[in-house]
Design a protein around this ligand. Structure first.
Ligand code: NI
Length: 284
């Protein structure tokens, strides 16, 4: 059984808009370079990340003081935007580059988000980018450090027609900031996992079947719910990301590693049957 967290406010906030034709990040960058007003999203980001030394990745390249007009806006040091639709009636979205295994930002423990900052355009922009990137990649979930944001938040969503995971039961959109997970029993199952940050690899991981999940939604409201059954694995996978753990680290039997095509050809049918049994038993 699964009880979703609040999903209100989902979508593109457009908080940093104002320059038709730019993606939200570059609109902010242009605004920042102009020197007249603060970069709506990335001025704060520069302030927060500018002095960091322990976290690698694209977010820490620019250490210029906040508000300094000369030089490039910090937004230009962000991961490459793969899709920045121009003003042609297309909805603004920010699909970000997904970091791959071996990147130091993926290997580091992500940091807590200040609860008082959840409502800021900066954090709301992170949520929007996570949603856009997860959906564009047909992911079942994505953690912030996968798109270069070294803070503790992830999104999870499985739609019935997900082509990447056709056997997964649906999970309503869930946004969790500073998530925690507790195991409610010792019962486990073997989950064949894949990851947007680990291209073309799958492997079997042991996950708990009954968990309690807590965290804050994008409105800053504290949420606590229980997840039982196959879907519990998805939450554990995303929480692992925030602790610098990728699924290959948890694979006990290296003989289970396979590519996506060999999984589909030789292992998916048997695994999908096991998933069906779990869903019949647990409802998720
Ligand atoms: Ni992953």
């Amino acid at each position: 059984m699964f009880m979703p967290a609040s999903t209100s406010g989902v979508g593109n906030s457009g908080a940093a808009g104002g320059y038709a034709g730019d993606c939200v990040h570059f609109a902010a960058a242009r605004k920042h370079r102009g020197g007249g007003s603060a970069c709506v999203r990335h001025g704060a980001r520069r302030e927060r990340f500018g002095a960091e030394e322990s976290v690698g990745g694209p977010l820490v390249r620019d250490s210029a003081p906040v508000g300094q007009a000369q030089g490039a806006c910090f937004a230009e040091a962000l991961p490459r935007h793969l899709h920045c639709p121009k003003a042609q009636g297309e909805q603004q979205m920010a699909v970000r580059e997904i970091l791959e295994i071996g990147h130091p930002t993926l290997a580091a423990r992500a940091r807590e988000v200040e609860v008082g900052a959840i409502g800021t355009p900066e954090v709301q922009g992170w949520v929007d980018d996570l949603l856009d990137t997860m959906r564009a990649a047909n992911g079942a979930g994505i953690a912030a450090n996968q798109i270069g944001i070294p803070y503790r938040l992830f999104t999870v969503e499985v739609r019935a027609d997900n082509p990447r995971y056709p056997y997964k039961p649906p999970i309503p959109l869930t946004i969790l900031i500073n998530p925690t997970i507790a195991f409610l029993s010792d019962e486990t199952f073997e989950n064949y996992e894949g990851c947007l940050s680990v291209p073309n690899l799958r492997g079997a991981v042991i996950r708990h079947l009954e968990i309690s999940v807590s965290g804050y939604d994008r409105d800053g409201a504290h949420q606590s719910f229980e997840v039982r059954g196959y879907s519990a694995g998805t939450f554990q996978h995303e929480k692992d990301h925030l602790d610098g753990i990728l699924f290959p680290h948890r694979v006990v039997d290296p003989g289970t590693f396979c590519s996506w095509s060999t999984f589909s050809a030789f292992r998916q049918e048997e695994f999908a049957n096991r998933v069906r049994q779990l869903v019949e038993r647990w409802g998720a």
